[in-house]
Write a protein that binds this ligand. Structure first.
Ligand code: SF4
Ligand code: SF4
Length: 134
């Protein structure tokens, strides 16, 4: 074989890729398009200006990573609500079982995928942070 042939073949491949659309993104200037069914950070749903969660304990029971903490309380009308609702995102495996298990559609998963923080405790999302997620 002519020793130049592999070099020419390599250059052909390089040239052909120069005219293709790049598959990498200049993140964070360019944002990826996330699928609508992407399982990102959780959010608590709201109804009548309060969290829909009725503290039934189904999601912490079904969670395989055991990263959900719920503490139930009773309001003035003797309705149960979650006085404490926390998810430790460092342990979460984003399986979505909590969303499937919830009988009142109180928890959902958003398309938010950015989960960088400097301190371990910042990965524990309490009720307030989960309520403000869109
Ligand atoms: S997505 Fe899965 S691992 Fe994460 S909190 Fe829900 S049930 Fe637990
Ligand atoms: S989020 Fe749903 S499943 Fe979890 S404790 Fe609240 S009502 Fe129950």
């Amino acid at each position: 074989m002519n020793p130049i042939t592999p070099i020419i073949n390599g250059l052909k491949i390089t040239l052909s890729h120069m005219f293709k659309k790049p598959i990498t993104l200049q993140y964070p200037d360019e944002r990826p398009k996330v699928a609508s069914r992407f399982r990102g950070l959780h959010a608590l749903n709201v109804s009548h200006n309060k969290a829909k969660c009725v503290a039934c304990y189904l999601c912490p029971t079904v969670c395989p990573a055991k990263c959900i903490t719920v503490e139930a309380a009773e309001d003035a009308n003797h309705d149960k609500y979650a006085a404490k609702y926390e998810i430790d995102m460092l342990r979460c495996i984003f399986c979505g079982y909590c969303v499937e298990a919830c009988p009142v559609d109180a928890v959902r998963m958003t398309t938010t995928f950015e989960l960088a923080n400097y301190r371990r405790e910042d990965f524990v999302f309490g009720k307030e942070r989960l309520l403000e997620k869109k």
